[in-house]
Design a protein around this ligand. Structure first.
Ligand code: ATP
Ligand code: MG
Length: 168
């Protein structure tokens, strides 16, 4: 795994992982600095490694059971001794209306736990995930600490993860 600052974008960082295990290890590493109320938004195509990263985060937080994309359930809850991890997958929510009806605000705005969300574009809007230095698109950012992660598939075994934190 290689991590470093992202070119001109001083607030972003990039990691390249070269196996699923390395992505898992990155999640474990991140888990150590997570606190209740944090949201991690995971943007990336099918198979980009979003769930793999979630597995590492959950394991790092002490969750020993199976972690799977809640593509059909929308949300999985992982109960730990001191907090709950909410694992959301919004892939099936196609419109803002679908999101509103699903009633997910409590998990995405000031959650009482840690929220890890796959396909967050469905909720935050695509603008939030355009990688550039222009912060004007972030006026609608949620009232919470969000780490935006963009995962890209570079090859069968390589993934690029570009991430940036938005605090309140
Ligand atoms: N460096 C890597 N990091 C993460 N996964 C990798 C890597 N190299 C290969 N893979 C493989 O890519 C796949 C990633 O699957 P994963 O379920 O994490 O994707 P996802 O982004 O959650 O997709 P979906 O949108 O379908 O939920 C796994 O089969 C994994 O073994
Ligand atoms: Mg997934």
């Amino acid at each position: 795994m290689t991590c470093g600052a992202s070119g001109n974008y001083t607030t972003m960082a990039t990691c390249i992982t070269r196996s699923p295990e390395e992505t898992f290890a990155l999640g474990e590493k991140w888990s150590r600095s997570l606190r209740s109320g944090d949201v991690i938004a995971l943007v990336g195509d099918l198979g980009a490694g979003k769930t793999q990263l979630v597995k590492g985060i959950a394991a790092g937080l002490g969750y020993a059971k199976r972690v799977q994309s809640p593509t059909f359930a929308l949300i999985n809850e992982y109960l730990l001794a001191e907090l709950i991890v909410y694992h959301l997958d919004l892939y099936r929510l196609e419109t803002k209306h679908d999101v509103a009806v699903a009633g997910l605000d409590e998990f995405l705005i000031q959650p009482n736990g840690i929220t890890l969300v796959e396909w967050p574009e469905r909720w935050f809007g695509a603008e939030f995930f355009t990688l550039n230095d222009d912060k004007s698109g972030f006026v609608n950012k949620p009232e919470t600490n969000v780490r935006r992660v963009v995962l890209e598939t570079l090859s069968e075994t390589e993934r690029r993860l570009v991430y940036e934190d938005f605090g309140v």
